[in-house]
Design a protein around this ligand. Structure first.
Ligand code: 4AD
Ligand code: MG
Length: 443
């Protein structure tokens, strides 16, 4: 009998073993039988391949086992690889020995199922071709992001996820009972990254952030993975230059190394290879003009929205109008201070702050938010007072401006937003294995 730990080859490479006997390990993806033969499509993490079992050539026990096995039963097979132009992967396997590792129960996912049901059985839906490819892309994109920053001399740091105060608006925090004390799940690790540039100079954290936003859009998660680099002696301009290099490195690496994944999602390799610096930079003021020239439709009322005035924040529709005809991401920089966070320095004009958002093309919208940070003590205290922040929760953060403070900047990239854009997914939920959404916390 085939041993459970027998060495197996990956299905993707099976073609190169033409005429040879191989052992395959996988799950039954599809199955049909006719005239004493059973055709089983076997999947592993690399590909699928058709395997033919001839009743006359295997034992009765083996035949019974595979006949009774369900879709998604786990299986070990030994057989001869045969090149076959007509077969999906270009090869077929004639089975000489098989072992059903676990037959189990009837698989609950049938061919046409509602998105809601597929979310209920997410733990099993992760075995679908779509989710396999998406999760592989996710892993590669994580890898490329880290590789770029490692090459640029960054240290990866690990921030706490439980905090006493928010770094952003603070309006969307999840509360946690911490031994009787009210604390929050972090919405950004930036403030801790800022503390660590005092020793490591260029750092990044890659960790979850939590947002209790009541948004039911295709790009909001309540828990997402946030890549947050922070750099000493960087201004907004240098930070933007780094951001565009990081994003093009990720896009180009995916295009160069993962053509099979892109093909599955019908994404053109050339579109991702085209993502190269420089990205277009427009001021917030110019973005307002564009929105007013083009007009934005309110998706609920189907009416054109009123004129955008200074201070308006942008939502899904505004971002779509700004990026729908773009091939590369764009930066919108120098936003009104009223709609950005307290730590951003006010520009000389007295009304904007030194910051930038990166918006992905084709309507995918914001993928990065970044800025310079106020590094002078009096300026920070003044700004916190202006926006009405209680300083007692930020004592340690304020402290950083008392001892050898340096100019610095940083940014936060939402990795699921990037995955959604690069794979052109309809919904951000498919960029993460177990999405936490406003109406879903299971599985
Ligand atoms: O623009 P945000 O709120 O900026 C910050 O949190 C800064 N402290 C980051 C920094 O400078 N270190 O969030 C940054 C990015 C957004 O551009 C977006 O890509 C992503 O985080 N993001 C979300 N992704 C998925 N679901 C959500 N609900 C998100 N909210 C923000
Ligand atoms: Mg933002």
């Amino acid at each position: 009998m085939l041993g459970l730990y027998t060495k197996a080859v990956e299905i993707k490479g099976a073609l190169s073993h033409d005429g040879k006997v191989v052992v395959l390990r996988g799950w039954i993806h599809r199955k049909r039988s006719s005239g004493g033969k059973l055709f089983a499509v076997i999947r592993d993490r690399t590909a699928t391949i058709q395997c033919v079992v001839d009743k006359a050539k295997v034992s009765e026990k083996e035949w019974d086992a595979i006949e009774k096995a369900y879709l998604e039963s786990s299986v070990l097979l030994r057989g001869t690889v045969k090149k076959d132009e007509r077969a999906p992967g270009g090869a077929e396997v004639t089975v000489t020995e098989l072992r059903i590792v676990h037959s189990g129960e009837q698989f609950p996912i049938q061919e046409y199922q509602s998105p809601e049901f597929l979310m209920d059985v997410r733990h099993l839906w992760l075995r679908s071709q779509k989710m396999i490819k998406a999760m592989q892309a996710r892993s590669y994109i994580f890898r490329y992001a880290r590789k770029f920053l490692d090459k640029k001399g960054f240290y990866e740091i690990t921030p706490p996820l439980l905090t006493k105060a928010g770094g952003e608006t603070g309006a969307n925090l999840f509360e946690v009972d911490y031994f009787g004390q009210r604390v929050y799940l972090t919405e950004s690790s930036q403030l801790y990254a800022e503390a660590m540039i005092g020793s490591l100079e260029k750092v990044y954290s890659f960790a979850p952030s939590y947002r209790a936003e009541k948004s039911r859009t295709t790009k909001h998660l309540a828990e997402y993975w946030h890549l947050e680099p922070e750099m000493a002696y960087f201004d907004n301009k240098r930070s933007m230059a780094l951001q565009e290099r990081l994003v093009s490195y990720m896009a180009n690496s995916l295009a160069e190394n993962n053509e099979d994944i892109l093909k599955f999602f019908e994404v053109k390799k050339e579109d991702l290879l085209r993502i190269k610096p420089p990205f277009e930079r427009i001021t917030y003021e110019r973005a307002l003009e564009i929105l007013n020239e083009k007009g934005v439709i309110n998706p609920e009322t189907k009416q054109k929205k009123e004129r955008f005035e200074w201070g308006a924040d942008f939502g899904v529709e505004e971002e779509r109008v700004l990026t729908e005809d773009k091939e590369k991401p764009i930066f919108v920089y120098n936003w009104p201070k009223e709609i950005k966070a307290f730590y951003m320095p006010v520009n000389r004009d007295g009304k904007t702050v030194a910051c930038a958002d990166m918006l992905a093309p084709k309507g995918h919208g914001e993928i990065i938010g970044g800025s310079e940070r106020i590094w002078k003590l009096d300026e920070l205290l003044q700004r916190m007072k202006e926006v009405g922040l209680k300083t007692e929760n930020y004592n340690w953060y304020i402290d950083l401006r008392k001892y050898g403070s340096v100019p610095h900047a940083g940014f936060g990239l939402g990795i699921e937003r990037v995955i959604k854009w690069m794979l052109n997914l309809d919904h951000i939920r498919d960029a993460i294995p177990f999405p936490r959404l406003i109406n879903r916390m299971e599985p």
